[in-house]
Design a protein around this ligand. Structure first.
Ligand code: URA
Length: 238
């Protein structure tokens, strides 16, 4: 394996090509352990935990695991059609790191969104076979009737789908406010489930994925890295 030089490290962190990264170093804005480094070819014997670029401490993990509080009015697409993209809320250097969201939230939905560049992490959380639960807070247009509740808990077949989907849990907070858990992530699934039983979702917010709740410290549009404990819990279902 080639030695880890500073330009290689920066490039792997999404700061562009090695040539771009060398230019950054030569601008005198890259520091390691508090010391500005001007030699882009300096060999790093061990991978540092952080590198500072323009005063910002950048963690050097190659695997990115991010939690975002997705706001309303933003698309979860790399090529948004009508609105801004969630990716515009992240530092642009992440765009070179092949980061994707774990499933999507509609433009009119808010709440917990996970993003990563690790395919196995994304697959584990998205796969209907694994059935990792996603919990949503739902505001309905009309009171939830007993019959609707029963139907959701026993399973509904959505248009253009072969298999029934069920509410794994359904908790009525008020007449029109419920929390629902589902094990899949089909297109507009929660909205379509309530429509299928004759109700209508007015507001939708994702509260949790598996064991992980939306961090109450995060305001809409804000994000943070997941801790390794959180990643392990998500992967191992504890
Ligand atoms: N179900 C929906 O209908 N929309 C979402 O954004 C997520 C789940």
């Amino acid at each position: 394996m080639p030695a880890l030089t500073l330009d290689r490290l920066l490039s792997s962190l999404g700061f562009g090509s090695r040539k771009d990264s060398r230019a950054l170093v030569r601008m005198g804005i890259v520091a390691l352990n508090g010391e500005i480094q001007e030699d882009p070819f300096i060999e790093l014997e061990t991978r540092p935990d952080f590198v500072s670029v323009n005063g910002e401490e950048i963690p050097t993990f190659e695997d990115l695991y991010i939690m975002m509080h997705k706001p309303l009015g933003i698309e979860c697409s790399h090529n948004p059609r009508y609105h801004d993209s969630v990716y515009s809320l992240l530092p642009s250097r992440f765009l070179g790191m092949n980061i994707k969201s774990v499933g999507r939230l509609d433009v009119d939905s808010s709440g917990l969104l996970l993003l990563s560049n690790k395919g196995d992490f994304i697959h584990h959380l998205e796969s209907p076979k694994k059935g990792v639960l996603k919990r949503y807070d739902v505001t309905l247009a009309r009171p939830l009737e007993k019959a609707q509740e029963k139907e959701l808990l026993s399973g509904v077949i959505l248009k253009n789908e072969k298999r029934a989907v069920v509410a794994r849990t359904l908790e009525k907070k008020t007449e029109t406010q419920v929390e629902i858990e589902i094990g899949e992530g089909l297109y507009h699934q929660v909205r379509r489930m309530f429509a299928a039983v004759g109700n209508h979702v007015e507001e939708l917010r994702r509260l949790s994925i598996g064991t992980l709740n939306l961090d109450p410290q995060l305001k809409p549009k804000e994000w943070r890295y997941l801790s390794s404990i959180e990643v392990n819990q998500l992967m191992n279902g504890v």
